[in-house]
Every structure is written in C-alpha cells, then in structure tokens.
Design a protein around this ligand. Structure first.
Ligand code: SAM
Length: 279
C-alpha cells in the first residue's frame, strides 16, 4: 500500500489488526493527505537526507517521507503497532522501524555517520517539549526539526519578549534554533480528533548566536526569572540564588544599564547572556 488517505482506511486497519487508539500515548492519527504532504514539504526533505521520525503510528507520514528522503528511521514506542507498521511501509526499502521509547533512544547511535539528518514528526503531545529538548540539548548533528505540536506550545516557541506566551522555553528554543510556524491544522484532520488545534513548526538548528561563558548558569538564571515572572528580575533572582545578596544582584543588573525594576519577561536572549556572563 503506498499511502493511507482516509479515516475509513485507518479504522479498517485498526479493526483488522485488533488495535486500539492509546490515548495515553498521544495516538491521534493524521489522515488528511494535504496536511501530510504539507508537513513533509515543511521538512524540506531531499534525497540527501536521513529523516528521524518520532512516533510513526501507522506510517501515514512515514511513506510520504520515504518518497522524499534517502532513508527514514522511524522510532515507535507501541509494540502492537510495529508489525502492522512494517507491513504498511514494506513497499519502501529505505524505511527502518525501531521499537523504542524515543526518550531512551541513543540518538548518536541512530545518526551514526549520516551526513544530513532532519527530524520530521507528528509528535505525541503528552511529551512534546521533553522530546524536542532532548534533541536540542544533545547537540546532535541534526539540521532541522519539523514537528506537529499543540498550537499553544508552538506559539510559546515563537513568542516575543513582553508577551504572555514568552517564557523560559521560548529562550531555550531560540538559543538552539530559528523557529518558524508553517501551518495550523484543525482537530478534524485526525482520528480520533484531539481536543486542541495543532501547528507545524520548523526549528532550524544553529550554533548559538549569543556568547555565553556557562550555558547551564544562563538557563538557571532564565528559569529563576520566569519562575516568578510577576516579580522584578532582582527579586526573582534573589529568591532563586539565595546565596547572593539582593544588593549584589541589584548592582549586577544596574551595572549592565538595566533599570533595577526591570522584569525578566521583557528581556531577550542577548540580555540574559550578558547578565549570566557577569553573574
Ligand atoms: N505519525 C502518526 C500520524 O501522523 O498520524 C502518528 C502520530 S501520533 C500523534 C504519536 C505517535 O507517537 C503514536 O504512534 C505513539 O504511539 C507514538 N509515541 C508516543 N510516545 C512515544 C515515545 N515516547 N517514543 C516513540 N513513540 C512514541
């Protein structure tokens, strides 16, 4: 079978193989061919690329990626789906299926010597951010990550300073990547339909553009600033770093030219990098 294109087909395959949709594993399968093609297009996959797909499900996206890529490595946690998935993708010799939890997968071992690696996936929503952060913090040789995620989460990734969606995750995503939302998908494109709208976002991986002496320290500062986002940065940091006096923190912030009442939620990544470098 080349491609799945309808909810009826998915239902039939599930019934024939005694499968059920596991809500706890985020199993909302996309069936709309236009959206599936659009996700694969957003990933800008070419015959040079090895694609890692997280959560292939019944392979609706896998087959579309296989047509475009050199190779697709699809990592699926649900062992009941795997034999069916293997049958459904059997026409494509460039598909490798791995039955694993992506959070436990050794990504270096997957990538091996592959030169151009892209991640494309319709992610399980219960674990979206941990999966993305694992891929980014590991600093693997990955060019881009194109994923369907909950719309609200995508909006947080691209939020501007001072807005309600802006937070620690915005800064992490923008430290490692340039994010861009490419399309929005309604619940009706899935079976069963999820309760939320979805967006496809492409994260183009990059070398960080800010100079930071100690990344871990910068992210600790960012976390402390947003843990108490209604407080001034000075107050938030003096709660988060109780071994440093409030006066010392005030001196650091004002010596960099910021008002002592500045709030963390108005500062950009460059600001946090500057603060972190003298903190
Ligand atoms: N790719 C299919 C599609 O587009 O319809 C299925 C997407 S569905 C939203 C998410 C898939 O991720 C499910 O097949 C689910 O079993 C799988 N999954 C959930 N948690 C996972 C994990 N930790 N590691 C790998 N796959 C996982």
């Amino acid at each position: 079978m080349p491609h799945i294109t309808s909810p009826a087909q998915i239902k039939e395959i599930m019934k024939e193989n005694d499968l059920i949709f596991h809500k706890g594993l985020g199993q909302n399968f996309l069936f709309d061919a236009n959206y599936l093609e659009a996700i694969a297009d957003s990933g800008e996959v070419t015959k040079e690329d090895t694609v890692i797909e997280v959560g292939p499900g019944l392979g609706v996206l896998t087959t579309r990626l296989a047509e475009r890529a050199k190779k697709v490595i699809a990592v699926e946690i649900d062992q009941n789906l795997v034999p069916v998935l293997k049958k459904l993708t059997a026409d494509f010799e460039n598909v490798e299926i791995i039955n694993e939890d992506i959070m436990k997968t050794d990504i270096d071992a997957l990538i091996k010597e592959e030169k151009s690696v892209k991640v494309v996936a319709n992610l399980p929503y219960y674990i979206t951010t941990p999966i993305i952060m694992k891929l980014l913090e590991g600093k693997y040789n990955i060019k881009s990550i194109t994923v369907m995620i909950q719309k609200e989460v995508a909006e947080r990734f691209v939020a501007k300073p001072g807005t309600k969606d802006y937070g620690a995750i915005t800064l992490s995503i923008n430290y490692y990547t340039n994010p861009k939302i490419t399309l929005t998908v309604p619940p009706s494109a899935f079976i069963p339909p999820p309760k939320v709208h979805s967006s496809v976002i492409t994260l183009k991986c990059k070398e960080p553009e800010v100079e930071v002496n100690d990344e871990e320290k910068m992210f600790k500062i960012i976390k402390a600033a947003f843990n108490q986002r209604r407080k001034t940065l000075v107050n938030a940091l003096s709660s988060g770093f109780s071994h440093i006096s409030k006066d010392e923190i005030k001196n650091i912030i004002t010596s960099l030219g910021y008002n002592e009442n500045v709030r963390g939620e108005t500062l950009a990544l460059e600001d946090f990098a500057k603060i972190s470098n003298i903190f």
